[in-house]
Write a protein that binds this ligand. Structure first.
Ligand code: ADP
Length: 473
């Protein structure tokens, strides 16, 4: 498995070599073509000049004294870049009638068929490779003598300089391209190393975190580029994980603590009762208090289970249309005997029309029970508990208010936390709880897409306000 830096370097190299090879080819082709064009242009111009000259001289000869037609003239033209090395005059049957002295003239084949296809003022360009490997560029042009018979003028130019230039360029390219690739691969590796260094740091930190040290953080780079953002996101994730782990740890330790105390009391009571024989009344008293403790413990275990399931997302709601009005009435009927027992008063402010929300009936019952139970618990005799239900816009608004001792401002931000209890709660007579009720209420409200608020004036009471989205609103 190739490492990312090697892969990056290879990609980079592949692109670089493609670009270099493409440009190498382009330069090579362009140089060859443009040199050939220059030679062709020069040859064509000279062939044209020679033909012109021969025609003029033939005309002059016809009108005056005899003068042989010869291509051995000096052709002065500023445009002539290359002096042709071969100049031939070929007659209509493909025989050379005149030519410059040249070592190669006879080695250049004559293709009469192609020559005959030439029109007037047309140039035929051909490249011939001699046995020596040398290339010749040849241009042929058609003309006619005084008697009207066809002849061809052929000019040839050695391509040796061009071939040499091409060879040199190829040589230079073959040296420079691999050298550039070598340098490029080194540069690519250095770049990839530099770019991936922060990733290495993140990986090392992640490994340390993986071994259990959640307090570890990835060092943030100075620039907030992609990797900077990755490191920041990673740190945020670890911070959330750490907080979740810490909550879980706290929850487990609080839960065990809460379970231990009542179990110890239970065990102590039973052990003392068993030390000697007791009267049936004494046994009954111990059994009754044990039963109370067991009921309390069962509630705690039930609450713990609800929250643990909620944490792992297993406490799915079974939602259906729920009439909050009916539910509130049910809860009022259910709780009234307890309120009377506490010598308190319960007022239910029922809505004028039915209020339906999409919810889990059992969970909503649990929610109301927890809130009303708290209101009763934390309100003295003669206090008033008010349950209100109404709509506001597209929301159902449920309020549970009491005239009890209220909540201290410093407690307000924490009362929905698990196991959070007002410091005096546990010492208060008759007030029994584990600090899980409101945590469960909050979870139920949240999972119904609702909101919960609490306001309180210490000594005067507390008001819990809950809002739920109305069904089909
Ligand atoms: P528990 O009632 O079992 O202690 P809760 O989660 O229901 O746990 O409540 C957390 C804390 O919030 C309580 O200990 C209490 O101090 C405070 N609290 C809740 N409801 C009220 C209320 N109606 N009036 C005054 N204090 C309250």
């Amino acid at each position: 498995m190739l490492s990312l830096r090697v892969k990056l370097t290879l990609y980079y190299l592949a692109i670089l070599s493609a670009v270099l090879i493409f440009f190498g080819f382009a330069i090579y082709a362009y140089l060859s073509r443009s040199l050939l064009w220059t030679i062709d242009y020069s040859l064509a111009t000279q062939a044209q000049a020679i033909v012109q000259r021969m025609v003029t001289e033939v005309g002059a000869e016809v009108g005056s004294a005899g003068h042989s037609v010869s291509p051995h003239e000096e052709h002065h033209s500023d445009q002539l870049l290359f002096a042709p090395q071969v100049v031939q005059v070929i007659d209509g049957r493909g025989r050379i009638t005149d030519e410059t002295l040249s070592r190669v003239a006879h080695s250049i084949p004559i293709n009469l068929e192609k020559l005959n296809q030439l029109g007037n003022n047309q140039d035929l360009f051909e490249t011939f490779r001699l046995e020596s490997g040398e290339e010749f560029r040849v241009v042929a042009r058609r003309s006619q003598d005084a008697e009207g018979s066809t002849y061809f003028v052929r000019l040839g130019q050695s391509l040796a300089p061009l071939q040499q230039a091409r060879r040199r360029l190829l040589f230079i390219l073959l040296i420079t391209i691999p050298a550039a690739l070598l340098l490029g691969s080194y540069g690519g590796l250095v770049l990839a190393n530099q770019a991936l260094r922060p990733v290495d740091r993140i990986t090392r930190a992640a490994e340390r975190i993986g071994t259990g040290d959640l307090s570890e953080r990835v060092p943030l780079p100075t620039k907030m580029d992609e990797l900077g953002r990755l490191a920041a996101t990673f740190n945020n994730m670890i911070a959330r994980l750490e907080a979740a782990f810490e909550r879980q740890r706290q929850f487990t330790s609080d839960a065990s603590h809460e379970l231990r105390t009542p179990l110890a009391v239970l065990r102590g009571d039973i052990e003392i009762a068993l030390r000697r024989d007791r009267t049936p009344e004494e046994y009954k008293r111990v059994l009754t208090s044990s039963l109370e403790e067991i009921i309390r413990l069962s509630r705690l275990v039930e609450d713990l289970l609800t929250l643990a399931r909620a944490d792992i997302g297993q406490a799915a709601l079974r939602c259906e249309p729920v009439s909050l009005e009916d539910l509130c009435q049910q809860m009022v009927d259910y709780i009234s005997p307890l309120v009377q027992q506490q010598e308190q008063k319960l007022i239910y402010q029922a809505p004028r029309s039915p209020i339906i929300i999409n919810g889990d009936l059992q969970r909503l019952k649990q929610l109301l029970l927890n809130l009303l139970d708290n209101a009763i618990k934390y309100t003295d005799k003669g206090g008033i508990i008010t349950l209100g239900l109404k709509t506001a816009g597209d929301e159902a608004v449920l309020t549970v208010a009491d005239t009890g001792r209220g909540i201290a401002p410093e407690d307000l931000p924490h009362i929905f936390e698990r196991f959070y209890r007002h410091s005096h709660s546990s010492s208060e007579k008759g007030v029994t709880g584990f600090g899980l009720g409101l945590a469960i209420v909050k979870w139920i409200v949240d999972s119904h897409g609702g909101k919960i608020e609490v306001s309180s004036e210490p000594g005067k009471g507390a008001i819990f306000t809950l809002r739920f989205p109305l069904l089909n609103s």
